[in-house]
Design a protein around this ligand. Structure first.
Ligand SMILES: CC(C)(COP(=O)(O)OP(=O)(O)OC[C@H]1O[C@@H](n2cnc3c(N)ncnc32)[C@H](O)[C@@H]1OP(=O)(O)O)[C@@H](O)C(=O)NCCC(=O)NCCS
Length: 189
């Protein structure tokens, strides 16, 4: 069903245990090697290095729907993005950029100045997004992905610039007032 979430706003907040079923749906819809549900539970409850957020939108009938998630691990002044996805029905509306920008600002406030991640060589959508933030390809892990032997590119953002992230969020606020979904899926939230 095509529907528009008029004037919906994207809210970024910490991931909680109640989000896990919906986060798992997003993960399954986004990756050929999704995480088991227990991994999200572990990251929320047991890993002190984990930094986790979800992106939530409000539907016209007032429901809050989780549409994206990001998990980072912080080691001293470095963050590693473990997983990051937006539900397919909500992509290309700036939600991924907002989730990444807000979570980078949060970890910056916690002392992080550098961030890195692995991305499939074929995943140009994600690579384009990371390049917008200043991430650069710094090395290659040959045959890293066990499902098809694809290489992982390591992309690194050497110096997180909070002014740039704040300006980016402000610009995005001015541009976007409406979020649409090709398939409003209230899922299990
Ligand atoms: C990568 C992903 C998180 C982007 O989320 P999104 O909400 O669609 O991204 P945004 O709308 O904020 O797009 C930001 C930028 O990313 C790039 N981008 C996003 N989707 C793209 C696509 N399909 N093709 C090319 N570039 C794309 C563009 O540069 C875009 O900027 P623009 O809209 O000004 O052109 C989303 O596609 C996704 O969940 N993919 C599957 C999971 C995944 O690959 N995660 C990353 C693992 S490393």
């Amino acid at each position: 069903m095509k529907e528009t979430l008029s004037s919906a706003r994207v809210n970024i907040r910490p991931m909680e245990l109640r989000d896990v079923p919906r986060v798992r749906e997003i993960d399954l819809a986004s990756f050929s090697l999704p995480w088991p549900e227990r991994s999200f539970r572990f990251e929320i409850t047991e890993n002190p290095a984990s930094r986790l957020w979800v992106a939530e939108v409000q539907t016209p009938d007032g429901q809050h729907v989780v549409v994206g998630m990001i998990v980072m691990w912080q080691v001293l002044d470095e963050a590693h993005i473990g997983t990051f996805a937006i539900h397919p029905a909500y992509r290309r509306q700036g939600i991924g950029c907002r989730l990444l920008a807000e979570s980078l600002l949060e970890v910056y406030e916690m002392g992080v100045c550098q961030c890195y991640l692995e991305v499939r060589r074929s995943n140009l959508a994600a690579q384009n997004l990371y390049k917008k933030f200043g991430f650069k390809i710094t090395s290659v892990r040959n045959g890293y992905y066990r499902d098809n032997g694809e290489d992982a590119l390591i992309m690194t953002l050497e110096n997180i610039n909070p002014q740039k992230l704040r300006a980016f969020l402000q610009e995005d606020d001015e541009e976007k007032g409406t979020i649409s979904s090709g398939e409003i899926d209230h899922g299990s939230t």
